[in-house]
Write a protein of this length. Structure first.
Length: 344
């Protein structure tokens, strides 16, 4: 942890609006905050943190110099993923802009190659946008929004009866920050909420199933929401046996990671009618290949891994980072510290 009288070089490694950079600079006099946006990728949408910049040789030399001086990084340097440990040897802490960084850390061996570096996630700041996406998807499905839009495009007047969410059972796999927010919104809509996780449930969750009892929970679900990190334990945890245990016509929402679901089994269940539909924010391969049959399925809502992204994200990220910066310089525990052995 930090020494109380030491100064620290903070390098902002992905784009932030000037007002948020100004807030970071005001946190503490012991922080030397470096932000050179000309060396960073320009965002293609609000809160885009994943671009790779095109630098001149002089700019690249300058960026490597800054990396070598950095004690703290706001976000990972996505332009030098494999060699980051060598380019930033004095790195003490990285604040990520994403919650699900466990697999990324393992892929590049940062947990062993940067043994004295703490990694903190953005867990919690995407909970509300993701929960609102789940509510939107459920309403679109049960109110038949996609057929409604298709009829509008065809100028076809065809009356129909939708149905209601009240009294339907929502099963949530993963009652963390996101799953809990989904549960609260679903309860407000009159749904019955059940869930599974390794911790005790929230008051609005009617029934709690330990992870090993997933198969007992699935037959209750009218809607199944997946909100778990990608770990060796959750890899393809939803396959044909699990999909077959759902009520015929159940609706699936995946806001976890594509690897959590056996995608061919999912496609089969959608084709057969075992699943009445799905809202998918994440996929086995991203971008989703043009050849994927999911694109042509009229009961599938496809979102390009953007359900968590909000134009208010950078404001929330900066709130978290400023709080953690103050904790760091004062020798206090950081929020959202990654446990690499658990992948979250």
């Amino acid at each position: 942890m930090a020494e109380m009288d030491k100064r620290y070089r903070v390098l902002i490694a992905s784009y932030l609006e000037p007002e948020h950079v100004a807030r970071i600079r005001q946190v503490d006099g012991r922080l030397d905050v470096v932000y050179e946006p000309d060396l960073l990728a320009k965002p293609s949408y609000p809160a885009d943190h994943y671009g790779v910049p095109q630098r001149t040789p002089e700019q690249e030399a300058r960026w490597r110099e800054l990396l070598g001086q950095a004690d703290i990084l706001f976000d990972f340097d996505y332009s030098h993923r494999p060699e980051l440990p060598e380019l930033a040897p004095q790195l003490r802490w990285v604040q990520a802009s994403s919650a699900g960084i466990g697999q990324f850390i393992k892929r590049y061996g940062y947990d062993t190659r940067l043994p004295n570096t703490a990694f903190t996630t953005s867990s919690g700041i995407h909970a509300r946008p993701l929960a609102e996406f789940c509510v939107m998807a459920m309403l679109m499905h049960y109110k038949q929004a996609l057929p409604m839009l298709r009829n509008q495009q065809r100028r076809r007047w065809e009356r129909f009866a939708g149905t209601d969410l009240e009294g339907r059972t929502l099963a949530i796999v993963g009652l963390g920050h996101i799953g809990t927010q989904v549960a609260q919104m679903a309860c407000d809509l009159g749904m019955i909420v059940v869930g599974t996780n390794a911790v005790a449930p929230e008051p609005c969750v009617e029934r709690f199933f330990p992870p090993e009892q997933l198969h007992e929970m699935l037959p209750l679900a009218d809607v199944l929401v997946l909100s778990v990190p990608h770990t060796p334990q959750t890899e393809k945890m939803i396959g044909k046996p699990e999909l077959d245990r759902l009520k015929p016509g159940a609706y699936l929402i995946n806001i976890a990671r594509g690897a959590v679901v056996d995608e061919p089994a999912l496609i089969e269940a959608l084709r057969s009618g075992q699943l009445g539909g799905a809202a998918l924010d994440v996929f086995e391969q991203e971008p989703l290949p043009e050849s994927s049959p999911l694109w042509d399925m009229e009961n599938v809502l496809i979102n390009p891994h953007s359900a968590s992204t909000s134009d208010r994200e950078n404001e929330r990220l900066t709130d978290l980072f400023c709080d953690n910066l103050l904790r760091f310089v004062n020798g206090q525990p950081l929020r959202n510290v990654l446990r690499p052995q658990l992948y979250y």
